[in-house]
Design a protein around this ligand. Structure first.
Ligand code: ZN
Length: 66
């Protein structure tokens, strides 16, 4: 195993879960590696969950991050 451990993070701005240096959804860098739960939003416009979480994009999001 030579792959570098690239930890999953959750964007503190839009809650998106991602790998890498900055959030691919909103371009912000503040992120947390300690997040709880995850949801996959397939259709943000029709998803009640997305609405409750103020998410307007498809993708994976953390339910709680700090
Ligand atoms: Zn973001």
């Amino acid at each position: 195993m030579t792959a570098k451990a690239n930890k999953e993070k959750s964007c503190l701005n839009c809650k998106a879960i991602y790998f890498g240096d900055k959030c691919p959804k909103c371009g912000e860098t503040p992120a947390s590696e300690s997040f709880k739960g995850r949801v996959h939003i397939f259709d943000a416009e029709k998803s009640e969950l997305a609405e409750n979480m103020s998410i307007n994009k498809e993708g994976e999001f953390a339910i709680k991050s700090k």
